[in-house]
Design a protein around this ligand. Structure first.
Ligand code: GLN
Length: 283
């Protein structure tokens, strides 16, 4: 089979599952044949190795059965960096980049800031901050062993030194870090309402429920952050969290109930959806 033919066949198979069949097929070509898009166009009429064509079909079938493209590729881009992903860890979303941008903006005038990334998953938020600010110290808290193994590989892959991984639960392990005063707490916690989870897109259901399920109203983790973690904030510290649609107002009021917090507000992402809440501590 020629490169052109296996590409076309892959697009055909993927079309039943996704509207992005051409993009996804090219991602699989890049993975399987180790070629760039440009190289593909140059080689289109050359013969492709048969075993690799078989691999393309196998991956396409996995994709059609509902597995996320990112898990099949085994890696994904976030903030211009590569992160390993796979079963057991939430896939980094482009919308989450606004959390990192706001975090970097908040610490831009602080020297050697201490940052906590709670429920860090793949580590995409904390690692991006640590990489951009080598003088910072970033602590990543994660409960899932599966996620932690990706996290550690991602720290290595991105060659980050100023980072520490803590295995722990946001609801109970706040005491393990009570000697540290974070200047900034960041988090993309699970925030989907438990009852709506069965109705999510099939691909999202392949992701760990633990990374999605925010309890009955989706806000359990924000209450835990407010109650257990905001009291640790350094003076003039802040918390910046990702949120879901129609949660901004309610999360602001949860944070404002904490006496350490003097102001809270929410922001929309580039698609116009409520995506981020930030709150500032007293001085
Ligand atoms: N952004 C994810 C989604 O919409 C949810 C991630 C989360 O719960 N933190 O599927």
């Amino acid at each position: 089979m020629k490169f052109r033919e296996i590409y076309k066949k892959t697009v055909e198979i993927l079309s039943s599952q996704t509207q992005d069949a051409e993009f996804e097929a090219m991602c699989l070509m890049e993975k399987v044949f180790g070629i760039t898009r440009t190289q593909y166009y140059l080689k289109a009429d050359e013969e492709a190795e048969a075993d690799k064509c078989a691999e393309m079909i196998k991956y396409s079938e996995r994709r059609v059965s509902g597995e996320p493209l990112q898990y099949i590729l085994g890696q994904w881009e976030f903030m211009g960096r590569t992160f390993f992903v796979g079963k057991g860890v939430l896939i980094p979303r482009p919308e989450t980049e606004i959390i990192v941008e706001a975090a970097l903006d908040f610490i831009k005038d602080k020297t050697a800031p201490v940052v906590f990334d709670l429920c860090s998953g793949s580590g995409c938020i904390g690692i991006s901050i640590a990489a951009a600010r080598p003088d910072s110290t970033v602590y990543l808290l994660e409960k899932s062993s599966d996620a932690i193994s990706f996290l550690r590989k991602n720290i290595q892959l991105n060659n980050i030194q100023n980072i520490h991984v803590l295995k722990g639960d946001i609801f109970s392990d706040f005491n393990t870090v009570n000697m540290l005063k974070p200047d900034l707490i960041v988090s993309n916690p699970p925030y989907i309402e438990s009852d709506t989870i069965p109705f999510l897109q099939k691909e999202v259901l392949e992701e760990p429920r633990m990374a999605l399920d925010g309890g009955k109203d989706g806000l359990d983790f924000y209450r835990a952050i407010s109650e257990h973690w905001l009291p640790l904030l350094n003076i003039n510290g802040a918390v910046i969290v990702e949120c879901g649609e129609n949660q901004g107002e309610r999360i602001c009021s949860i944070f404002k109930q904490n006496s350490r917090i003097k102001s809270a507000s929410y922001k929309l992402d580039y698609n116009g959806n409520e995506r981020m809440v930030s709150a500032h501590a007293d001085s």
